[in-house]
Design a protein around this ligand. Sequence first.
Ligand SMILES: [Zn+2]
Length: 159
Amino acid sequence: MENIDEKFMREALGEAAAGFMSGEVPIGAVAVHDGEIVARGHNERRTRKDITAHAEMMCLRDLSPSLEKLDLTGYTIYSTLEPCAMCAGAMIHYRVNRVVFGAKDKKLGAAGSAYDFLHDAGIAVVKGVLDKDCREILYKFFKKELGHESKMWEDIELE
Ligand SMILES: [Zn+2]
């Protein structure tokens, strides 16, 4: 049976798939509070012509207007790809408690790969949840985009 982290990672993968459909690098994120998804986002860099429009940022921006306080204590952010330094920084500012991600990003990941900001800030991290699915959609995207297997994502791999 699927555990709760896998269940929510499937939802983040659904967001990644929505990004794929609109021509974005397929990375998705959801925010969970009290066992419910309260916000969603996927990478929209191309659509918005905004280099900061990462899945996690879009998810936080989706959630922000509904918050009384800009404090995500008790929330978990799920992302199909290891958060970068910018997204990890935003999560630290929001006081997110827990981050769950799928694929590792050895080049830019800030949850233990290239940097370790989340751990340094005392945020609990679970890595590698459905990592194969999270990587596969990226590979599929670059194969479709480039017509061949991209080397660009060779840094995203299993433990
Ligand atoms: Zn990011």
